[in-house]
Design a protein around this ligand. Structure first.
Ligand code: UDP
Ligand code: MG
Length: 347
């Protein structure tokens, strides 16, 4: 406290910019207040009965002699196996473990939102429960956070643990996303990250129902830094994401952060209009020079089918946005809590 009180006032006004060095204000906020900070670890679980105990074991080992206090917030995202029972047992056995049980499966993004909403830490770490997000990084995250960074994310060095097809589609997704959206998301970052309390408060204040968390994390900004790591295989159980789920997830991402798919049709239409006028001129000239000649059944058919499908695609894209607008307008909650097990019961 003492040293902090003596800092000149103007340092408190230091600007906070994206990807800048930590400000003195941020550094000061992480120290000098006596009590060790509370770090919340948020882990969404969907049918993870095989991994939750492994997860707690790994976290305990890493944090055995940490100089900060921690809590684990599990979110049971409507599991149909015995994940809920296992989480209840864990939550009952210790007061730094809580389980937020959702009323059904709302999806990972909603589960993450629920976990972040229930975390009380000075910093919040979100991570998968299958140990693909290595717990060792937690210590690096906290170190960087104490250095004054507001966001510390895990940057995977390679994707060897993914199949070639998943690697290729992920690459393609990030490249396209970053081209189309004004908000850039780091290509090699997943959800695994630490966020300072003030970042968390901004994320919590975002009202949208469509929770593309990677995008929202990037959207709020603040100074961030990556910690490189190699992503291991799942500790047990299997991935909850198939191709179709990932495809829909990608569409959610694009439509939440870019209007380019809506606007591209205007330009496409203009281009085709110009091409049509040129083609009409060619036909007029041909007729004037060579007289009337009416073959062209095949080319006519191709043009009709082509423009028919282009129109359907553009209407379909309108529909994607309309459907999302509909979901936002309805203002349904992002998730519903069935039960909260364990932890301090005062909030
Ligand atoms: N998950 C969730 N709800 C879902 C799907 C997944 O909470 O509907 C959780 C899952 O339990 C895990 C994390 O999200 O902790 C990542 O899922 P997974 O490991 O299956 O994804 P992958 O690593 O294969 O991308
Ligand atoms: Mg996984």
């Amino acid at each position: 406290m003492g040293a902090d009180a003596l800092r000149p006032r103007r340092e408190m006004l230091a600007p906070v910019t994206e990807h800048s060095k930590p400000t003195k204000m941020a550094i000061a906020a992480r120290s000098d207040n006596g009590a060790p900070p509370l770090i919340s670890i948020v882990a969404p679980c969907y049918n993870e009965s095989e991994t939750v105990d492994l997860f707690v074991g790994a976290i305990d080992k890493i944090l055995a002699d940490a100089d900060f206090v921690s809590e684990i917030i599990f979110v049971d995202d409507g599991s149909s196996d015995d994940t809920r029972e296992r989480l209840s047992r864990l939550a009952a056995s210790r007061d730094n473990i809580r389980a937020v049980v959702l009323s059904r499966n709302f999806g990972k993004e909603a589960a993450l939102t629920a976990g972040v909403d229930h975390a009380r830490g000075d910093a919040v770490i979100v991570m998968d429960v299958d140990l693909q997000d290595p717990p060792e990084l937690v210590l690096d995250f906290v170190r960087k956070w104490r250095d004054g960074y507001d966001v510390v994310y895990a940057a995977r060095e390679d994707r060897q643990s993914d199949t070639a097809a998943k690697r290729a589609t992920a690459n393609w997704f990030y490249r396209l996303f970053n081209k189309m959206s004004a908000i850039k998301i780091p290509e090699n970052a997943g959800d695994y990250r630490l966020m300072d309390r003030r970042v968390v408060e901004h994320i919590k204040a975002l009202p949208e129902r469509s929770r593309f968390m990677k995008g929202l994390f990037a959207w709020v900004g603040f100074n961030s830094v990556g910690v490189p790591y190699v992503r291991p295989e799942r500790a047990a159980g299997e991935s909850k994401f198939n191709f179709w789920k990932l495809w829909n997830f990608a569409i959610d991402g694009f439509t939440s952060f870019s209007t380019a798919p809506l606007r591209v049709w205007t330009y496409f239409g203009l281009l085709i209009a110009v091409a049509s006028i040129l083609y009409a001129m060619v036909i007029i000239l041909q007729t004037l020079i060579f007289g009337i000649d009416v073959p062209g059944y095949a080319s006519l058919l191709v043009f009709i089918l082509f423009f028919g499908s282009i129109q359907m695609i553009s209407v379909g894209i309108l529909g994607e946005y309309l459907a999302r607008l509909f979901a936002e307008v309805k203002q349904r909650p992002i998730y519903i809590v069935d039960d909260i097990i364990g932890g301090p019961q005062n909030g």
